[in-house]
Design a protein around this ligand. Sequence first.
Ligand code: ADP
Ligand code: MG
Length: 335
Amino acid sequence: MKLSDLGEFGLINRIEKTFQNRSRQAPLGIGDDAAALFVSPGKTLLATTDMLLEGVHFDLATTDMYSLGWKSAAVNLSDIAAMGGVPRFCLTSLGIPQGISVEQINELYRGFKTLIRKYKVDLVGGDTCRSDTDLMISVTMLGEAEKGKVITRAGARPGDRIFVTGALGDSAAGLELLGPGVGRKGSKSALRTPHSALIDCHLRPTPRIEVGRKLALSGCVTSMIDVSDGLSSDLAHICEQSGVGAEVYAEKIPLSNEIKRTKDRLKTLPLHYALSGGEDYELLFTVPQTKMKKYRSLRMPAKEIGVITRGEIVMVNEFEERIQLVPGGYDHFKE
Ligand code: ADP
Ligand code: MG
């Protein structure tokens, strides 16, 4: 069905029905001038927003709408995870170009809903506009954390151990396997997504909500960030905001079996994707020496990769050489 047949308000009605939103936390649901939200007394409100732009963040020739919806939820949930929070509410704003069908928007919201339902997040509003250029999705996520337990990027101290969850680089390797898009606007015939676990990581990342929560409540963590720009960039963010340096060991950086198995089909070494690739949405965090025993007892799915120092940010390679680690992740405004 064409969007012009349904109209803006018809579409919003559909979205509202799909989400059946009137919950105890958001009794008005979608449809009024603003959402009215019940927040837990004594908690800190967390707010984050992330935009996904066609041509910049995704290509409709290689991304299906379900995955796009999933990912736009995931990247925002990941930011709440990185603060140690619980996600509660979200808003979605769309800029929709001509040629996108009602069915495609349905698929987008189906993917989005799968992920937000998993974390019991309510969709409470948004905005819907026509776009004269590309498809745009902007999501705002609201979450909560206990006062005094919000984990920022600024708390790392020399001697703290550096940890990262999961494996790094899969998403960037998956993006490379997807290749440059052909065609446009996600017509089913143009869509070509070869099958690979690396591509799945790129299209449908998993936000580490449970781990972020457990870490925040444990009191073992001094700083945390989600790996959205690549290890080298995101570690630099922690170091800069904490006023410290770091030493990471190349051999300890976690790489998946999948990326190792696929390495002959990739343009460069798996380690490169881990350092500069980004969009892994794993959690990078620091634990002080005094909390290590307690931290170990939590058995978190994370690997120790280095230590916070007073010096530069360096990587120690397999020959014990110390190489300066230069942020190599994506920068929207770099030429
Ligand atoms: P207003 O003119 O007051 O901004 P709108 O017509 O833009 O209202 O939106 C009507 C209602 O539908 C609002 O509650 C808004 O939050 C919600 N809404 C609009 N677009 C979306 C969307 N894409 N997703 C979720 N809620 C939406
Ligand atoms: Mg509006």
